[in-house]
Design a protein around this ligand. Structure first.
Ligand code: SAM
Length: 223
């Protein structure tokens, strides 16, 4: 029996149905799912994992940037969708997580494909260069809004920005759901969602999937 968060934004019977249909992972991804469950490490939910696989398979990105590696689960999962010779840069500021992620990346045979940048994404983002086909924000929720300009700078035209946990157990959508100590994160997530819709360079959709996910495409110039 799956344990459901009582504050989940999707009713448990829908989640149970969806999770029952998604083909299970094997090998290292399965191992990491078990490790994360045992050690209460918040990796992406199965529906979100499936969503990333579909988007990645549509884009076939050559370059992916991720904020929030944890134990490396989502970067190892996304590596499967890369174009030939493609690369992932993933950021993590917790030293223990970074060490475990590096070890998992090595065990997955992806040492040359995934680079873990250890440090605070707030400091790393303004200093990173390159152009990315896909950016996945899954780190500090309160700082998504401050990373938006850098994401726009780093995204190729036609590139896709995805951010997880934007509905934040419903708190982003409704004051009645807000836990007092989370108010700053909630305000900043609301600001982030509004900013995504307001930016003329982006076309955005917010999906009530998992804990809420945004997907934005950086518009190409019309010719
Ligand atoms: C939700 S977990 C990431 C899960 C991962 N994407 C996955 O699904 O496998 C968020 C991670 O972001 C990291 N993090 C939080 N704030 C950060 C920051 N300012 N810079 C870098 N990493 C950060 C946390 O240490 C944590 O490991």
């Amino acid at each position: 029996m799956i344990e459901y968060d009582k504050d989940a934004i999707v009713p448990p019977y829908i989640t149970e149905y969806l999770r029952g249909e998604i083909p299970p992972h094997h090998g290292i991804l399965k191992e990491l799912e078990e490790y994360a469950a045992e050690h209460e490490i918040p990796i992406i939910q199965p529906e979100t994992a499936q969503f990333l696989k579909v988007i990645g398979s549509i884009i076939r990105p050559h370059d992916i940037l991720e904020v929030g590696a944890a134990i490396g689960y989502s970067s190892i999962l996304m590596a499967d969708t890369l174009a030939d010779g493609g690369k992932i840069v993933t950021m993590e500021y917790d030293g223990d997580m970074a060490r475990i992620a590096r070890e998992n990346i090595r065990r997955a045979g992806l040492y040359d494909t995934i680079t873990l940048a250890e440090g605070d994404a707030k400091d790393l983002m303004p200093n990173i260069g390159g152009q990315y086909d896909m950016i996945f924000l899954d780190g500090p929720k309160a700082h998504y809004i401050y990373m938006l300009n850098d994401c726009l700078r780093l995204l190729r035209p036609g590139g896709v920005l995805i951010a997880d946990n934007v509905l934040y157990k419903g708190m982003t959508a409704d004051d009645g759901h807000v836990i007092r100590r989370k108010i700053t994160i909630v305000k900043r997530l609301r600001h982030f969602v509004s900013a995504l819709y307001a930016r003329s360079e982006l076309t955005t959709s917010v999906l009530p999937l998992g804990d809420g996910i945004t997907i934005s495409v950086k518009n190409k110039e019309k010719v």
